[in-house]
Each structure stands twice: as C-alpha cells, then as structure tokens.
Design a protein around this ligand. Structure first.
Ligand code: PLP
Length: 354
C-alpha cells in the first residue's frame, strides 16, 4: 500500500514544457531568440564566486530597482522564481478549498494547475470567437465564492489584448473585494494604443494587481525571476507564501542589469515585433487566416488539423506548441528561425476561416 497523497494532486495534469528536438528550431516556449546581453552576462559572471551563500531573501536591491523603474513603492513589489511562482503566490494567498478562481480559457496553461494545487475550484470562461477574453461572461461567472480573477493580456496563446474601455466596464461589475490580476508577461511586445496598461489600472483600482516577468522581453527565462505589483497588504501576503530564497542572487543581479540595459533590450523587442509583422504577412500571403497578435508568438487556430500541422512542422525541423484539437502557438524567433517556420508550412494546405 502506498503512502497517502492528496487525491486532487494525483489528478493534476503535468505542466507541459515546449519541446526541444536536436537540430530543430524551437518555437514552442515563447523564449527570446537573442542570447544574453554582454552587460548582463558579465554581472551574472561576477556572482559565480559566491553561490555557496544564500541570496538576499528580501531581494531588496532588485525590488527597489523595480519600484523605482515603475514609480511604485518597494512594499508594493513581490518577487518570485519566475512570474509563474508569483502567480502561485497570488493563488495561494487568495484562495483555498471552497473558493473559486476565474480565468479565460484557453489561456496560460499553468493557471488551472496552480488553482487545483491550492484546492480552490478553477473556473475557465471560454474565449470569444475572435480569441479574446469574454469579460462580460467572466463578470457573470463571479459568485460569492470568487476570490481571484486572472486576466492575461496579451493572451497566451492567442495574442489578443484586453482593451482599456472593456476592462474599465469589467472592473465596475466585479466586487471590490475580489483581487483582479493582470498578467502582462508579454506586454513589451504590444503596440496597440487601446490595450490595457496594467500599472495604470493598478494605480486607479484598489483590487488590481499586475504580474510581470523578466523571462520574455528581458531574456532571463533560465534565471527565473518575475514579480507582482500589488497593494501593500497583498504584496506582504505574497512574501508570506513565497518559497524562501526562491530567487537566486544570479537572477536578482541579472534583473537589475537588464533594467540598466533597457534601451538595448527594447531594440531587440522591436526586432521581434517587426518579425511578427513579417510572419503574419507571410502566412496571409500563403492563404492562412490568422488574427493579429500582440505577443512574441502567433496563433494558428487549427482545430482537428492541429496534429497534422504539428507533424508537418516537425518533419521540417520546426517545433511549435500544439494544443491538440485547438491550434498551434508559434513563437517569433530570429529572422532565420521564422524563415524556417514559413518554409515548413509551404506544403501545408492553409486554414481558411469560414
Ligand atoms: C501569460 C504568462 N504568464 C506567466 C508566464 C510565466 O513565465 P515565467 O515564470 O518565466 O516568468 C508565462 C510563461 O510562458 C506566460 O505565458
């Protein structure tokens, strides 16, 4: 007889990492295609002689630097080992058995897993036909058991953003004692002037928090650091439920160095955004119906053809993130990687919207 384990845990799906295949182009994890900046690598190198010590658990230097960068108070910033850990902190600080957490679906695949780990009930509200958050339906899903609402803009994997006006209406409908988190993991890649700016909403709404990461635009996915900006009592609770020493000294130093290299990193973001435009144009030229994306990825709604398209891409050495029966998310890589993707699709009959 085995040891007793939580039934809820045994039923959890495993988080699926984007696949790597030797010699293939990996476009499955929304990573930054460019290698670490020299200035950031140098600072990380300087830490290598001291990793026999624990990092600063309060991460004071990086928290202060983030606060200064955003114009918020350090007490309103809580860090974690990637924003996925901070998302777990937000869920664990807000909800447990008997409570409900609402998010759009499909969205970031960690959301339902994190909610189930907490013991709370995950309430996934289907996206609209044009791949956007259905905010009226999400507001209607709120009950007196709702503790947390996770919004993802731009949405992973569909690339759609939430507009300011629709979020304003949504927040007017949601009870003020329900925490609304705006996950902006991909916000730096957005160029839609009507899109939500999470910090603006954080400043004006007591129940709004923002989730940011250094993994995507800042290219630190392997070092693991992300943060929430939340009102002080919420941020304090995030520190209470955080994994102690979860953010390494290397990650803390790299995040500071990355904020110091903002212009260089912005230039890389602009390259990815330009490539996104080129990839979308290439797809449309080849006859594919594909919606605009504000993330560092594009979304092919392929339904039943998802497996077939995934196999065709792999045959040509391109790995995308396939959600069987739904579609494929393809990260925007370097120009060479994107050319491989477009070439790999050349022999595939395009999906044309009805
Ligand atoms: C929407 C969204 N939020 C959060 C994350 C977590 O990123 P990280 O833990 O690397 O900060 C991801 C990663 O793919 C994401 O897509």
């Amino acid at each position: 007889m085995g040891v007793k384990q939580r039934a809820a845990v045994e039923q959890l799906p495993l988080y699926v990492q984007g696949k790597s295949i030797p010699n293939a182009v990996k476009l499955s994890s929304n990573e930054n295609p460019y290698p670490p900046l020299e200035s950031v690598a140098r600072v990380v190198g300087e830490q290598l002689g001291s990793f026999h010590f624990y990092p600063d658990m309060s991460a004071a230097a990086v928290v202060n630097r983030i606060a200064e960068h955003l114009g918020v108070r350090p007490a309103e910033v809580a860090v974690g080992a990637g924003s996925v850990e901070v998302a777990a902190q937000l869920v664990n600080a807000s909800a447990s058995e008997g409570d409900e957490v609402i998010f759009a679906w499909r969205s970031f695949e960690a959301y339902p897993i994190l909610v189930q780990i907490s013991g709370a009930t995950a309430v996934g509200v289907p996206l609209t036909a044009d791949e956007r958050h259905d905010l009226p339906a999400m507001a209607a899903a709120v009950t007196d058991r709702t503790r947390l609402i996770l919004l993802c803009t731009p949405n992973n994997p569909t690339g759609a953003v939430i507009r300011r006006d629709e979020l304003e209406r949504f927040l007017a409908d949601v009870p003020k004692d329900v925490l609304v988190v705006i996950d902006e993991a991909y916000t730096q890649f957005g160029d839609d002037p009507d899109a939500v700016d999470g910090l603006d909403f954080f400043r004006r709404h007591e129940n709004v928090a923002v989730l940011h990461t250094f993994s995507k635009a800042y290219g630190l996915a392997g070092l693991r650091i992300g943060y929430a900006v939340a009102r002080e009592p919420v941020a304090a609770n995030l520190r209470r439920v955080a994994v102690p020493f979860g953010v390494s000294a290397l990650a803390q130093a790299a995040a500071i160095a990355s904020l110091d290299a903002q212009e260089e990193l912005d230039a890389r973001v602009r390259l990815v955004v330009a490539e996104r435009g080129r990839v979308l144009a290439g797809l449309r030229e080849a006859g594919w119906s594909v919606l605009d994306s504000q993330g560092n990825f594009v979304w092919l709604r392929a339904g039943e053809r998802t497996g077939e398209i995934d196999a065709a891409l792999r045959e040509h050495g391109v790995v995308a993130r396939a959600f069987m029966g739904e579609g494929l998310r393809v990260t925007i890589g370097s120009p060479e990687m994107n050319d491989r993707f477009l070439a790999a699709l050349a022999g595939v009959p395009p999906i044309v919207a009805a």
